[in-house]
Design a protein around this ligand. Sequence first.
Ligand code: FES
Ligand SMILES: [Fe+2]
Length: 378
Amino acid sequence: MKRAKELDVLTTSLEMAVAKRRPLDGDETLVPVTDYTDTERFARERERVFRHGFNVVTLSSRVAGPGDFVTADVVGTPVVIARGDDGRLRSFLNVCRHRGATVELRAEGRCKRFVCPYHAWTYNNDGTLHRARHPEGFPTLKPQEHGLVELACREAAGLVFVCPTPRVTPEPLPQALVDELEVMLGPRPTAYASTTRTWQANWKLIVEGGLESYHFSVAHKDTIAPFFGDTLSLWERIGWHLRSVLPKRSILELQKMAKGQWNIRDHTHVLYTIHPNAMILLQKSHFDLILMTPLTVDTTQIEVVTVGTAPEVGELSGQARAFFTNNHGFSLRTLDEDFRIGEQIQRGIPTSANTHFRFARFEGALSDWRRRIDNLVE
Ligand code: FES
Ligand SMILES: [Fe+2]
């Protein structure tokens, strides 16, 4: 984040905290509860929002050197992400061009060539077909046209983005956001703890839980609420993405400090909502990456990854590892409070208690985000 923007955000946050003023920048919005249960709408969301978007899949640090690869399921599509010997990161459908077997079964590794486990066609780590075994049996095969099918893939701020639909290249992250994330996420972001779980809730309930601060002092009273004011937050749209900032109570201390010493990470909680599948929660010196996969209309897989800066040389100390493990546990406790409520909401929908849910005027980010998703799918 540019220093001028940081000071600007802190000044507004401080004014808000002093005045205890909630910004009424949104409209009161009613959303039909069927948006969370309609399977046809869900199919359109999965296709247009996720399968046509740049999903955050992993960290560049996992595929840092030539030949490094990871495999993943990206919204239902088997994908391999590999750094070629030329240093370029590419992603491919993990599907053999002979008779469709999964080419690479390992979760990660390093290799020059991928060997299909069915009949041993081999592919170079840039995706080109190296060799079809016994080529005399395939007189019409054009090897140059039978490389692994490439998918759009980008790296930015240490994150790897993949679009799982061939021949689709989504809008990349705006440069202003890339520049901001590079500063905020730090050099060499590396995963030190990760937990994956499937929750019985529509994916929008998961995103919406991160876009408002109305619930904060109530739902998080046993964990982080004591550090924050009641329903105080500001947000900004950056392209398709959002930055939400929740001032901590300690922000009042800035009144006694020179501006040169103001630091956004000391006195606020910053959350980026990265369209379509990720949230980044900044902590004091590291961050949590929350990756979401919509499985069905009422189930969402969520991976929470605690990420820190790797040392320039050597391994992390035992003490540093313990720090990340403890912080991972604490983040899970807090996030689980949100996800559990998501499950409760989903369970309540078929009761017909509500025809609509209500977003308040001080929850402008919710209404803005939902309007844009609705435009994509309706
Ligand atoms: S399916 Fe891959 S080599 Fe036959
Ligand atoms: Fe929350």
